[in-house]
Design a protein around this ligand. Sequence first.
Ligand SMILES: [Ca+2]
Ligand SMILES: [Ca+2]
Ligand SMILES: [Ca+2]
Ligand SMILES: [Ca+2]
Length: 304
Amino acid sequence: MRAESALESLETRVLPAVDLIISTATVNITGDPAVGSNQYSLNVLYKVKNLGTTPIDLTGVANDPSDNVKIRIYASMDTVVDAGDGNALGFDFDGIDNGPHVIGQNEESGLTAGVVFNARQTFNFFIVKVDFDGQVTESNENNNTFVIDAQDVSLVGGGGTVNVAPKATVPLDPTVKVRDLNTVNFKDGNFGATVTGAQLKDKFLLTQTGDGDDRLRMAGKKLKLGSKTIGTVVKVVPKESNSFQMSLRVEFTGDVNRDVLHRLMRNLSFRPGSKSTGSRLVQFQVKDNLENLSNVTETTVQIT
Ligand SMILES: [Ca+2]
Ligand SMILES: [Ca+2]
Ligand SMILES: [Ca+2]
Ligand SMILES: [Ca+2]
């Protein structure tokens, strides 16, 4: 009898509690901006979990949004939500409001959704926050955020083989694209191309594109857009002492938007010497304005 009453009094001391967290969240790029735009298509996924002992109804009365638990995705320079952090998407998420959606202890509820997002340099992190407006009283109000680092830069391209005759010229990767949600100006970053297994007289060439203020070209050690110098070009020619590795790197010293970077990468060409033979491995890599390095793309050049 004594043991039983002790157990009963222990049970009555366990306070009912709700504790919501974001147990997982991801943001993936599913579509790239059109020329002149910075608008990406994204797929957002999140899951809300109840760590508390009391079940919680996430949507309550059907067709009444006022009692729904809402999730907001903030855009923040740091990993903490504070007053200056805006709503990254311009709207909030909640569950389908067609009646109660109850989650008990350790149960999850979430969604995946396609959204659009304008890349910008005024944030580094997405922060997903459940119950951002305090609809529910929780035993822990300080664990409601989930931080997603949005600083990465990546390249999509490479993988193929391009054929070129000696002394002819071929663009190395005419459809390569850059993805970066928090860099729209690559000033202070760079672009590098490396050719392994080069031979004497192999060369890089940049095909000139655009007219007037939009004309992009290499002039000696300068990358020029119209009359403005926007980059410094460092070329290494193939020779025995560097194991016949040739490279080209452009350090961006002026404004370089996504479209200009694309024109640079897509119009960078390779010209083998008149006696060149064999194949070359070509690698591209980009560094963004925050020193983040992209993946390395690889293309093969076959001299035919
Ligand atoms: Ca919580
Ligand atoms: Ca509701
Ligand atoms: Ca912040
Ligand atoms: Ca970036």
